[in-house]
Design a protein around this ligand. Sequence first.
Ligand code: SAJ
Length: 421
Amino acid sequence: MICSVLGLGYIGLPTASIIASKGIKTFGIDVNTKLVKNINNCKIHFYEKDLDKILKNVIKNNYFIAKKIPEKSDVFIITVPTPIFKKNKKPNLTFVFDAIKSIANLIEKNNLIIIESTIPVGTTEKIYAYLKKLRKDLNFPSINYESEKNANDVFISHCPERVLPGNIIYELFENDRIIGGLTKKCSMMASNFYKKFIKGNTILTNSKTAELCKLSENSFRDVNIAFANELSMICDENKVDVWELIKIANIHPRVNILQPGPGVGGHCIAVDPWFLAYSNPKTANIIKQARLVNLDKEIFIYNKIKKTIKDHSKAINKLVVACFGIAFKANVNDLRESPSLSIAKKLLKLPFKKINIVEPNINELPKSMHRKNVKLSCINETIETSDILLFFVEHCEFISINKDKLKNKVILDFKGIFNYN
Ligand code: SAJ
């Protein structure tokens, strides 16, 4: 059996590596020539626990090779990004359809096509219609999930990735998978394939349910984080400690409030709810509002910082501020859609004497932060030399800071670091 995984990013590369680790010949396909070369030399463009070991092994044993141009395969898995257009929040499916186009002429009877990328409801059916147009020689009967007679030549399913950045390898093996086939047979064929390399269960359904399920999961989390963020702003207005409030409220057996922070980052939860808000503008009210609340939290924090600067005894051009954490969440080096990074970038525009950035998970600052007065610094030196300390991310290194060192410092703790025991 040969499997091709198209898109070697945060999901595609770990997925391809794990499939190859089960002895399945796997091609990792990506349009980026440099990335393909680097991956074949075991150079990975992001950190994910255990991925380097697995990749090294599968390359050494000839089970995996990265390529630019797709080849004939039994299974094609699409793991390309599905961003949104900034202006109108419309899902951008260009990469998905480009990937499908790139394999269209390679597809043979009995091939499996699996879309893992997060997609709007109905997209798997659109992909089917697109392939039907491109490959008139193949048999594509009308879609009917329940029909036993459905005799397609190719089997298309949406099996959304649901793994947590920072724990991807473990979750790829262990998590249950939603298998959303266009037909029952598509689901069964895809399920049999996943069972070759996952320990979790496969849950079979139709493609639309699978698409909406993935979007619902991430929207659920976004809405719940928005609730925590809204509470944090209500607490601020009422001069109540939000961390203590949430701790007490969560003692209730049916209450489980999440943690507030500078907003929601990453390429998933900050993006996917917009798919629903865009396609269901009249009904997806809470979902849209939650997105807006989580975005507003960033502005709220920026205004808090500005007020603190104004109240400080030193003039702004004499002040040294420190941003603790610019990653999108705790203990990862991923900066995508990071609200902390976005706030830090806004701070660059203010005339501080110096800005210390403490981010233990990266070795150099992103280019967009390159300024004379901005430095990637270590924890202890930063504490000693900074006037205002801003805590944006709950990295484990920050939680273990000896609190005695922080006496006499102005601290704004947006992640409740000092409430961890
Ligand atoms: N966050 C909070 N407060 C919390 C929890 C999270 O502010 O109490 C913030 C984080 O700091 C981060 C953002 O939310 O900025 C998202 O982090 P996350 O850990 O909740 O989720 P992701 O984006 O890393 O991964 C999510 C997961 N989805 C769900 O938990 C429903 C993962 O399972 C998905 O596979 C992934 O999105 C994806 O790829 O869609």
